[in-house]
Design a protein around this ligand. Structure first.
Ligand code: AMP
Length: 391
């Protein structure tokens, strides 16, 4: 288990904090969603309350190792200042070297320093040891609160821990605890709901979860590879025929382990992958000239019933083409079913998180993950470099 913030001696110290301030900006460089900044407030406040001087570092966008004016951290620092009344938030236009060092040395109590975009330096993503050492030079201790990048062995995520006493921030700790509750000794039944575009993306997750879950509910385009492999007509739905052997293996593993594998029995179909294409419900197969773009009402009812019996639920990936109104009902129904359930629930992955927010049910989900890729890697049973590095 990674060291916790409460274990770290921070009073009077400068503490380097890896946050995720990768926020969207408009043309006038105003932050259009400050959700990620707000997510880091508990850690920043806890550090300030304990007399620490936080030095925040993050990436923003994809500057590809050079300075890009529209990707500076200043707008995020300004927004943080608005969210922290009574605290002075300063931004410095470098993240390593003499300018950053002088700004760090001048930092006072009740002040926060925001360093420049880490990815202006190619060394960050390469995990360059000298760059990690240059970052570490700015502070006395290190806190990782960026779950979304913890699956990358970048300098600011992994390398710095070799130089400073380190711990997980409160946001990272909540992520670690939530996934541990699902993957280690979960309350049963444990139900996994998996959707999204490709079986190939989710296969490692499926193979790992089959060892742990009592039921797996599959939706989204990935369901059609399983249905086609079992001989159900899928019309023109997306299908990865090269993965039939893997689909068969998952099915066999479920059988051997007594895991219920639920696949859609009806579908919202259309002739074109378009919002304007007239939608109709068919089942159990998809007519030859149509494609399945969402789970149908019978499938929703079956999945909802299974979710209602769960004591632990983990959900990743939409049940249909959630971006288009006619094909979003299945994903929204699952979001509501997960929210209505009294089970411990964890939702990860950009689209399922968006669905939860769109339905306004995020307050009734126990944990909405801040990291799509990182949460998938945890569900695959992989250790994340940023967490392992915290000891
Ligand atoms: P992923 O990134 O793997 O979670 O997949 C999300 C994408 O899967 C979304 O853009 C959905 O539109 C897409 N998707 C979900 N269901 C279907 C489907 N039945 N046919 C085509 N695309 C789908």
């Amino acid at each position: 288990m990674a060291r916790r913030l409460s274990d770290l001696d921070v009073a009077g110290k400068k503490v380097l904090v890896r946050v995720d301030f990768n926020v969207p900006l408009d043309d006038r460089l105003h932050v259009t969603s400050d959700a990620r900044i707000r997510a880091s407030l508990p850690t920043i406040r806890a550090l300030l309350d304990r007399g620490a001087r936080p030095i925040l570092m993050s990436h923003l966008g994809r500057p590809k190792g050079k300075v890009v004016e529209s990707m500076r951290m200043k707008p995020a620092a300004d927004r943080l200042g608005e969210l922290l009344p009574g605290v002075t938030v300063k931004a410095v236009a470098e993240c390593v070297g003499p300018v950053a060092e002088a700004a760090a040395a001048a930092l006072q109590a009740r002040e926060v320093l925001v360093l420049e975009n880490l990815r202006f330096h190619p060394e960050e993503e390469k995990g360059d040891p000298a760059f990690a050492a240059a970052l570490a030079k700015l502070a006395d201790a290190y806190v990782n609160d960026a779950f979304g990048t913890s699956h990358r062995a970048h300098a600011s995520v992994a390398g710095v821990t070799e130089h400073l006493p380190s711990a997980a921030g409160l946001l990272l700790e909540a992520e670690i605890d939530a996934f541990a509750k699902v993957l280690e000794a979960p309350a049963r039944p444990l139900v996994a709901v998996l959707g999204g575009a490709k079986v190939s993306d989710k296969l490692p997750v499926l193979l790992h979860l089959v060892e742990k879950v009592d039921a797996v509910l599959i939706g989204g385009a990935m369901a059609y590879t399983f249905l086609a492999q079992a001989g159900v007509p899928i019309g023109r739905s997306l299908c990865e025929a090269e993965l039939f052997d893997d689909a068969r293996r998952v099915r066999e593993l479920c059988q051997q382990r007594g895991v219920a594998l639920l696949l859609p029995t009806d579908h919202v179909c259309a002739a074109e992958f378009a919002e304007s294409s007239p939608a109709s419900v068919h089942g159990p197969g998809v007519p030859v000239d149509l494609m399945g773009l969402d789970i149908g009402p019978e499938t929703i009812a079956a999945y909802r019933a299974r979710i209602a019996t769960a004591k632990t639920i983990v959900w990743n990936g939409p049940m249909g083409v959630f971006e288009m109104a006619p094909f979003r009902r299945g994903t929204e129904a699952i979001a509501r079913a997960v929210a209505d359930s009294s089970a411990f629930s964890v939702v990860g992955g950009g689209d399922s998180v968006a669905a939860v927010e769109q339905c306004g049910v995020e307050d009734r989900i126990d944990h909405v993950s801040t990291g799509g890729g990182a949460s998938l890697e945890l569900l695959e049973g992989r250790a994340l470099p940023g967490i392992t590095a915290l000891g």
